[in-house]
Design a protein around this ligand. Structure first.
Ligand SMILES: [Zn+2]
Length: 356
């Protein structure tokens, strides 16, 4: 069939596939399209002219050959063009709205809960003073939760209206404070307390009380308690240590004051106030204008608590303190509703970033 066609068109037909493959952009492709199947001057146009001039007996055979060539070119060009346009669209979609001057996106990461961060911070404040962390079970015995802490049989805290007792084991309960950790620790170290030269530790953890949920109460909350046992320990050591710790927490100008109070497991007992860290003791809503906020309860360990653990109160003495973590977090962050700490709304948790 080729003998009927001009040699340059035969050559163009042979090189068409490679010419098509070599088109790297739409402009080149459109130029190729013009050269092969354009309306004027293209290979296809010349073939049509040739067909018109062909002798009658050749027309049928030549026409079929020309149509086959034209069809091959047109289909090749069409599919290559569609391919290029699709690639251009996807490139455009990928880069749409992309500003190369912006910093790269940072994947969202989890973080410690604000209450855990505050507890960690308390632990870090006491660590340089030689305090380590002791932990204990949240399901406790009455002995560890009450008896070992000199809490009398008729104390209201023991009532089932205040404490969660386990239905299947009425002698077990959800601990109402982290103090049973102190009882357990004293029992454990009583024998070698002399060799140790005393003991000092913190016990952070979850505690449970039968409280209705409201903006300032929850049946589950957190405490951090601290205890130190040694020789000749008195109120001066308690006050000095708390002053150091609370200044580390709230700033170097923080003042503290001790007010007498009563807890069964300490004697004497006190409530400890700090000068309001929010207003610098000038008086604000948080400190109700007084310049002071109550921050924890403390005292010297009751001799009966030491005796229960098998420690001689004539030889050993010590102090203990306990603070509510939620209460401190609410005060520091001026959060009016305790429940926000447990609902885990991401907006709240992010805003709490400044708590530490
Ligand atoms: Zn204030």
């Amino acid at each position: 069939m080729d003998h009927l066609l001009p040699p340059d068109i035969v050559e163009a037909g042979r090189t068409f596939p490679s010419a098509l493959a070599a088109c790297s952009d739409l402009d080149t492709l459109l130029r190729l399209k013009g050269a092969y199947v354009g309306r004027e001057g293209s290979h296809a146009a010349r073939l049509m002219d040739l067909l018109k001039l062909a002798p009658k007996e050749q027309k049928r055979e030549l026409g079929a050959a020309i149509n086959a060539l034209k069809q091959q070119w047109e289909e090749g060009l069409k599919s290559r063009q569609a391919e290029m346009e699709a690639r251009k669209r996807s490139r455009k979609a990928q880069t749409a709205g992309w500003d190369p001057s912006l910093p790269p996106p940072v994947p969202a990461q989890g973080a410690l809960h604000p209450l855990n961060r505050l507890m960690d911070r308390l632990v870090e404040v006491f660590r340089p003073l030689g305090f380590h962390v002791e932990e204990g079970p949240e399901i406790e015995t009455e002995a560890h939760n009450f008896d070992g802490l000199n809490i009398p049989e008729d104390h209201p805290a023991k009532a089932s209206s205040d404490t969660f007792y386990l239905a299947a084991h009425p002698d077990l309960l959800l601990r109402t404070h982290t103090s049973p950790v102190q009882v357990r620790t004293l029992l454990r170290v009583a024998q070698d307390l002399g060799a140790r030269g005393g003991i000092r530790f913190l016990s952070p953890g979850r505690v449970y009380r039968k409280d209705e949920i409201d903006p300032t109460h929850s049946p589950m909350f957190h405490q951090v308690e601290g205890m130190l046992v040694g020789h000749g320990i008195g109120m001066q050591h308690l006050k000095g240590t708390l002053e150091y710790a609370l200044r580390a927490l709230f700033g170097p100008h923080t003042e503290i004051r001790l007010r007498p109070s009563y807890f069964p497991f300490v004697e004497p007992g006190c409530e400890v106030d700090v000068s309001c860290p929010l207003c610098g003791a000038k008086g604000c809503r948080v400190c109700k204008g007084s310049g002071w906020v109550e921050i924890l309860g403390a005292g010297l360990i009751h001799p009966k608590v030491l005796e229960y653990a098998g420690i001689d109160p004539a030889e050993w003495s010590g102090w203990a303190f306990g603070m509510g973590v939620e209460r401190m977090a609410m005060m520091l962050s001026q959060t009016p509703d305790l429940r926000l700490f447990f609902e885990n709304d991401q907006r709240f948790l992010k805003a709490m970033g400044g708590l530490d």
